[in-house]
Design a protein around this ligand. Sequence first.
Ligand code: AMP
Length: 132
Amino acid sequence: MDCLFCAIVAGEIPSRQVYADEAAYAFLDINPWHRGHTVLVPRRHVTDLLELPEGLGELTPAISATGRLLVERLGAQGLNLLSNAGAVAGQEVFHLHVHLIPRYADRPGMAGLMQRETGIDLDEVHRQIVGA
Ligand code: AMP
């Protein structure tokens, strides 16, 4: 199957790992809305949330751990979770994923979510998260 996120999980395409456990893999989004914007995916291929009858259950520990890690390491003041299901909802990669988007006081509220930061250095953000 030709799936970008399956290839990332398999290590065939490089990514900046944020968190991993037996069920999930989380990595920095290549085109972040805000510093530390992370994508979390199940290791097994599932198209979207609507195709997962059991819901996000198996991903919950990873979502929680990744969210806390991002907020603590980056000094964020908040976090948004978002999962797009279907092209009409904005899904572009058809392997279920949850966006974890750390939020900062300079761009507050839902309106601030859409105000993308520019010039984010992904390697620098990654070092700050993993402590390298
Ligand atoms: P969505 O629009 O919900 O399907 O989100 C897909 C996300 O995957 C977007 O935010 C992209 O920036 C992100 N993305 C696409 N390719 C990569 C990649 N190679 N590494 C990291 N993130 C990616």
